[in-house]
Structures are given as C-alpha cells and as structure tokens.
Design a protein around this ligand. Structure first.
Ligand code: BTN
Length: 244
C-alpha cells in the first residue's frame, strides 16, 4: 500500500505505479487530493476527512470487465457503509452510492493501456466520510451527504478502507470461482434504486427517457422507451417522479 498526505489524484498515482510495473492489489491512499477526478472529466472535491483510494486490478479479467468492476465495487461500498450503520443506502447506475437522493460515494474505473498493449484496470473510490457537508469547499455539483452527517459521529478511515477492500476481494473471489459476474450482477440488482425507476439519462448530448428495466451481462442499463428497449453504456441518470 502507498500512503500520501496529499496527491493530485490517487487514480493518476495508481496509473503511474502500474506503468512502472506494479501489479494487482496495490492500493494508493491519500489523506486529501488536490485534483480528484470524477466520471466524465468532472472533479471530485477531496478535502481532509474523506476516504480516497485507488486499487490496481491488473486483470486476470479482461478490460471489458471494467464496468462490471465498477458495479462490484459499488456493492462492496454499500455493504461497508451498512456495517457502519448508515441507513437508506442504495446504488444508482452506473457507479453512485446514494443515501436517499444524496450522493455519499463515487467510483471511477479507468483502463490503462501500456505501449506493449498490456492493460490494467484502476478502480478509484471516494467516500465522503468524516467531512460534514457544511464544511465541504464550494463546488458540489449535486445533493451530497457524508457518513458523519448520516450517523452523527466520526469513524475510522483505516477501518472503512479495510472493510471495502476485503469486500472487493471477497466478491472477486466469487467471480473467479464461478468464472462469471452473474452473482455480482444479482447482488447489484438487489441493492439498486435504478432498476424499476423512471429515468432520464444524458448520454453524449442525447436524452433518453424511459423505465429502467435491468442491467445486462456487460453492466449496461436496459431502458424501455417509447422507441423500444435501449441499451445504455454511459450516462448520467436522473430519477423522474411518477405521475399519480
Ligand atoms: C464519480 O462519482 O464521478 C467518481 C468519483 C471517484 C472519486 C475517487 S476519489 C479516489 C479516486 N481518485 C480520483 O481522482 N478519483 C477517485
């Protein structure tokens, strides 16, 4: 494990370590990030108090599994937050961990390709843990909460890190034992607030509106729209209220 008081982004550090020859299982942790990255080139505010780490998963699995590893990591974060006593946690496709309608954690999976074409997957996880939202720097892009706001006390960053990484390891072992992500996908379906919800998805300039029916074996979201069933690979989901 590599620990830093401050880095730009633990994902970028993990990528550099991978390029230098580090392999599966290396964890890069930072007390704070000065250029934390979110999905779609967004920034991830990372003051002291949050948990920020990245794992190299130099895949025994192919890089096509990157979206599935995002879903797997979401299940791991869910279980770990539940163990801390956070209530009302759910997973929002693709990789958001929510408490009600507020985001508490995010996951960024990135594929690194070397000159010799060998590839690795970096999974980066950020949890708003001990930094109350009122003390977050300006710039939050959506409703957000933190573990300390939810349970009313600070918790150990080290314990949450161990809990999430152990859970990721346990889930990866089930994937390997069965040579399939089917069990993880079923777990994700159970923990998700997206399946069965009316959604609006922004996908590269297009807007898709419909009923989120399921995820497929690649982790893509299947949405029933007026034009038929759509397979959505990337996008930001908003939930629509049903008319009653
Ligand atoms: C998102 O929800 O958009 C993904 C956020 C991922 C943030 C984590 S914090 C640790 C790791 N390092 C980064 O720069 N990003 C991820």
């Amino acid at each position: 494990m590599k620990y830093f008081d401050s880095v730009g982004s633990t994902n970028s550090e993990a990528k550099n370590f991978f390029i230098q020859g580090e392999t599966e299982g290396l964890i890069v942790v930072a007390k704070k990030q000065t250029a934390g990255c979110g999905r779609k080139g967004r920034s991830w505010l990372s003051p002291v108090g949050g948990l920020y780490f990245s794992i190299i998963l130099n895949p025994r699995l192919s890089t096509e599994a990157a979206p599935l590893l995002g879903l797997l990591s979401g299940c791991a974060v869910f279980q770990s937050l539940l163990s801390l006593g956070v209530k009302n946690v759910s997973l929002k496709w693709p990789n958001d961990v929510m408490v009600g309608e507020k985001k508490i954690a995010g996951i960024l999976c990135e594929v690194v390709t070397m000159e010799d074409e060998s590839t690795g997957i970096i999974v980066g996880i950020g949890v708003n843990q001990n930094c109350p939202i009122v003390r977050m720097p300006a710039g939050l892009q959506w409703p957000t909460t933190s573990v300390v706001d939810e349970i009313g006390k600070e918790t150990s960053l080290e314990s949450l890190l161990c809990s999430i990484t152990n859970e990721i390891d346990r889930l990866l072992q089930t994937v390997e034992a069965k040579s399939s992500f089917a069990g993880v996908l079923n777990e994700w379906r159970k923990l998700s607030s997206t399946i069965g919800a009316w959604v609006r998805i922004h996908e590269e300039g297009k807007i898709i509106v419909g009923l989120a029916k399921d995820i497929d074996t690649d982790g893509a979201l299947l949405v029933e729209t007026d034009e038929g069933l759509r397979t959505v690979i990337e996008g930001d989901v908003s939930y629509l209220r049903t008319l009653e």
